[in-house]
Design a protein around this ligand. Structure first.
Ligand code: APR
Length: 229
């Protein structure tokens, strides 16, 4: 039976594809205060701005491609039972070929109504004020904003509990509950942390190896290491 590999990814894995990370840009996200565009308060204050912001992010997604790190993650399925747990809202893991992806913070290519968090639909175009879901309520991006619940964490925790190996890649590990996921791993599960500026060191009780490298370089080394274990 294949060993279980969990890859916990953040914005840094998509950086080489040309998608900006959040905290590398001095608290601004594509020129905006994060709370302005990614919080329920921001939405209440200026929904048109929030929709416009995510419309731009969604359009940008069609201009970028998965990079080597995404492809290596997908190829690891040949040798491992891989689950990607990503904080990213892009679909670059899926486009690289990964078949088992949990999106903790939602997906840019999905939308839902402001009323019902569970009625999620595929959405590739722009959302504008006045676009309604079938329930008659305004559509909003299917994105988990700051202060909102993270329902997918319930799917992620048991996967981490059963992991034989964990790769943490391209995340500053500043945002919970994602940053606390490694606490659920067995104490013997090795953790490989790939990040050029590895700020948040995951659970120190586990065997930990840090690779202060870009995602593509780090993934190449760690994938080679895992195949030889
Ligand atoms: N390769 C790998 N990692 C990189 C690269 C790269 N080429 N470039 C930057 N990084 C690293 C940075 O060093 C940083 O540690 O990626 C990390 C990005 O951190 P954040 O911007 O904080 O992104 P992330 O951890 O995914 O943020 C978590 O915060 O804003 C919210 O909901 C949003 O999902 C997001 C969450």
């Amino acid at each position: 039976m294949k060993k279980k590999l969990v890859i916990l990814s953040g914005a840094g894995i998509s950086a080489e594809s040309g998608v900006a990370t959040f905290r590398d840009s001095g608290g601004l996200w594509e020129g905006h205060d994060v709370m302005e565009v990614a919080s329920p308060e921001g939405w209440r204050k200026n929904p048109a701005l929030v929709l416009d912001f995510y419309n731009k992010r969604r359009r940008q997604l069609f201009e970028v491609q998965p990079n080597k790190a995404h492809f290596i993650a997908a190829e690891l399925e040949k040798d491992f039972d891989v689950t990607i747990i990503t904080q990213n809202v892009d679909d670059l893991h899926e486009r690289a070929g990964s078949t088992n992806v949990i999106h903790l913070h939602g997906e840019l290519l999905k939308a839902r109504s402001v009323y019902n968090t569970l009625d999620i639909i595929d959405f590739t175009g722009d959302i504008t004020l006045g676009d309604l879901h079938t329930d008659g309520y305004q559509l909003r991006p299917h994105i988990v904003w700051f202060g909102e619940a993270v329902p997918a964490i319930e799917d992620a925790i048991p996967v981490v509990e059963q992991a034989d190996y964990i790769i943490v890649i391209g995340t500053s590990l500043q945002v919970y509950p994602a940053a606390g996921l490694t606490d659920f791993a067995k104490r013997t599960t090795p953790i490989f942390y790939i990040d050029p500026k590895p700020a948040g060191i995951p659970n120190m009780k586990n065997p930990l190896e840090v690779f202060p490298l870009k995602a593509s370089e780090g993934m190449e080394i760690v994938a080679g290491r895992l195949r030889n274990i």
